[in-house]
Design a protein around this ligand. Structure first.
Ligand code: ADP
Length: 615
């Protein structure tokens, strides 16, 4: 029994800790508001200043309508109906007054509709232009960012920056900005008109306003935090379910359906608990607002009518206050909401700007790598990834002659992929130099490097689109003849001809799915179409069955003829076909030579050779 209680307590504590973590407010704001807002204005909004000022001016006109209505009602009560004045009046005498009142109401409504339409047209247009500019800039930035950045960030977060954050900035710099202005102006005009009508009654309202504001500012942050927590929980549940449904066979194979169900139930439980708390807080907020409004209204109406009875003020003036009061409180409501969310909005603005300010790709050199032969030279290269304590490569030196075929081998983490990253100039070495045809890559234009050095990845990506679109990805101006030649070289042409609409068949997410081998051959065709002098292949034969592998090896032999090629592989069958094999371990070259040399030498290569020979 006591064990059960301890377990339950521990579970509750864990759930509590999880909730606390979920409810942690978004990151704090560590920038300078004036800098960020200044930049937002200067770079994105200033060019639309006339439209923005126009929208603001129209908003000011629009904001007065509530008080015109309230004053019109006062006029109706005091001067037309003459309620509580004791002066008799016939309906005939009242008629002109009614017509005038109706005319004022009609006119005001017309102005309201027109100003609202004009304001929205002006400000929403600015909003769309802002979204266009920010999103395209962010997207462009994501294309040119240094590759290391993507390893530090989750794709989901980056997408949310481009989509959600930009939307929030749009809302706040257009619609919300106008609403804030309208609220401030309505508050000022409202108080001024109310003071003009009767300053003593206005005083009662003014005294209760801070209480109203305070109550909202107390409750709103809790609701906001709960909403954030619910969004996070939701995102977690969504992500997890998507993952688990995608891997349903794994879940079933390990007999985990029940645990998955329980886990989901637990998360849903937390979600409902949070939702209930939101309902409670919202109820509290509505109750607090209602109580303060009711109390203030009660006092104003009681005092107002007592004064009306003694002739100190008119009935119309009391009616005016009854109209104006909820309107004033509404503005306080809007402003307290702004007050609570302000910090989060600054965080979003700062976040978007800091992405725009990230370092771009490696610093561009001037030399273009045209007309090269593909001679590669690593000269005493050392390299460490950012935020890593140990080096990925330590003083590496080797030559590769034009047209030479070299296999890179070694245990995982040895530094093989890093060598590719340096040849592609995704990163620059910290010491030593990587040279192609004698040109130190640090002085070369990175795009020209990548035009002559092409990588075929271990798990090639197939984009949604046609087969032809995928093949021409690196050379969109290719002629059909060249596309087919590349597909033939990659042994893909015959397969493509069996597809429903041949080269125009859709593949990837929206089309037919390709096998691992077909994907790799497609990637190879894409690479070959660009006719690179240097081809980097990352274990390209790993996803193939033995027969296809043997076939693609002969294909590769032909395709690689005359090109400098480096192949990361774990297979002796691939390595023995190469002119030379370089074995890496812990970022250093530990063996180098031909298959015949290395297989008779003690070391990594011989061990792998013996293992694979015995298969
Ligand atoms: P291999 O391709 O031989 O498996 P890598 O070149 O990928 O090895 O990695 C070499 C070393 O660098 C490893 O210790 C690895 O953990 C580290 N490393 C690789 N990529 C990154 C990265 N993007 N950021 C930080 N460290 C990395």
């Amino acid at each position: 029994m006591s064990r059960l209680i301890t377990t339950l307590r521990a579970q509750r504590a864990r759930a509590g800790a999880l909730m606390a973590l979920l409810m942690k407010d978004s990151e704090g704001y560590d920038g300078r508001v004036s800098d960020d807002l200044g930049r937002l204005w200067g770079q994105y909004l200033k060019q639309y200043r006339w439209r923005i000022f126009g929208a603001f001016a129209i908003t000011l006109v629009w904001s007065t309508h509530g008080y015109v209505f309230a004053l019109a009602t006062r006029f109706l009560v005091d001067d037309v109906i003459r309620l509580g004045t004791g002066i008799p009046i016939t309906l005939e005498e009242q008629l002109p007054g009614f017509y005038l009142w109706a005319g004022i109401i009609l006119g005001t409504w017309t102005v309201v509709v027109i100003t609202q339409w004009l304001r929205d047209r002006l400000i929403l247009g600015v909003g769309q232009s802002l979204v266009y500019k920010l999103r395209t800039q962010l997207h462009e930035k994501l294309q040119v960012l240094h590759i290391g950045y993507f390893e530090r960030q989750e794709t989901g977060k980056l997408m949310s920056r481009v989509l959600e954050d930009v939307w929030i900035i749009r809302e706040w710099s257009t619609t919300h900005a106008v609403n804030i202005l309208a609220a401030v102006f309505q508050l000022l005009v409202g108080v001024a008109v109310a003071v003009w009508v009767n300053w003593q009654l206005t005083l009662i309202i003014i005294v209760s306003m801070p209480v109203y504001f305070w109550a909202f500012v107390q409750i709103r942050p809790a609701i906001r935090r709960l909403n954030i927590a619910m969004r996070r929980l939701n995102a977690g549940m969504y992500g997890r379910s998507q993952e688990r449904i995608g891997a349903v066979s794994l879940v079933k194979a390990f007999d985990q359906e029940r645990r998955e169900t329980l886990d989901f139930r637990q998360r849903m439980n937390n979600y409902v608990r949070l939702a209930m708390r939101v309902i409670n807080y919202q109820g509290g907020m509505v109750a607090a607002a209602g109580a303060i409004t009711a109390l203030t209204s009660g006092v104003v109406i009681y005092v107002g009518f007592s004064w009306a009875r003694s002739g100190r003020i008119s009935v119309g003036e009391v009616v005016f206050f009854m109209n104006v009061m909820p309107r004033l409180f509404m503005q306080i409501n809007t402003l307290s909401n702004v007050f609570v969310q302000m910090q989060a909005v600054f965080v979003v603005i700062k976040r978007v700007f800091s992405l725009l300010d990230e370092d771009v790709d490696v610093s561009p050199g001037k030399i273009k790598l045209d007309g090269i032969t593909g001679r590669i030279h690593f000269d005493g290269v050392s390299f460490r990834y950012p935020e890593q304590s140990s080096g990925a490569l330590e003083n590496i030196s080797f030559y590769i002659a034009p047209g030479e075929k070299v296999a890179l081998m070694g245990p995982s983490g040895a530094g093989k992929t890093t060598i590719f990253n340096l040849i592609l100039r995704f990163y620059d070495p910290h010491e030593g130099s990587v040279q192609i045809d004698g040109i130190n890559l640090v002085n070369a234009d990175p795009t020209s490097v990548r035009r002559h050095v092409v990588l075929v990845q271990q798990e090639p990506v197939v984009f949604s689109g046609t087969v032809a679109e995928n093949i021409v990805y690196g050379r969109t101006d290719s002629k059909p003849g060249a596309i087919m030649a590349a597909a033939r070289q990659a042994e893909l042409h015959d397969f493509i001809m069996t597809l429903p609409v041949k080269y125009e068949t859709e593949v990837g997410q929206n089309g037919i799915s390709l096998s691992g081998g077909q994907r790799q051959r497609l990637a190879l065709a894409t690479a070959l179409l660009t006719r690179p002098e240097v081809l980097l292949l990352d274990d390209t034969t790993s996803a193939l069955d033995a027969e296809t592998e043997a076939r693609i090896r002969t294909t590769l032999d032909q395709a690689l003829e005359g090109r400098t090629s480096i192949i990361i592989t774990q297979r002796i069958a691939t390595a023995r076909n190469c002119d030379r094999i370089i074995v890496l371990d812990h970022g250093r070259i530990v063996q180098q030579g031909t298959h015949d040399k290395l297989k008779s030498e003690e070391g990594f290569y011989r061990r792998i050779f013996l293992q694979q020979e015995s298969l």
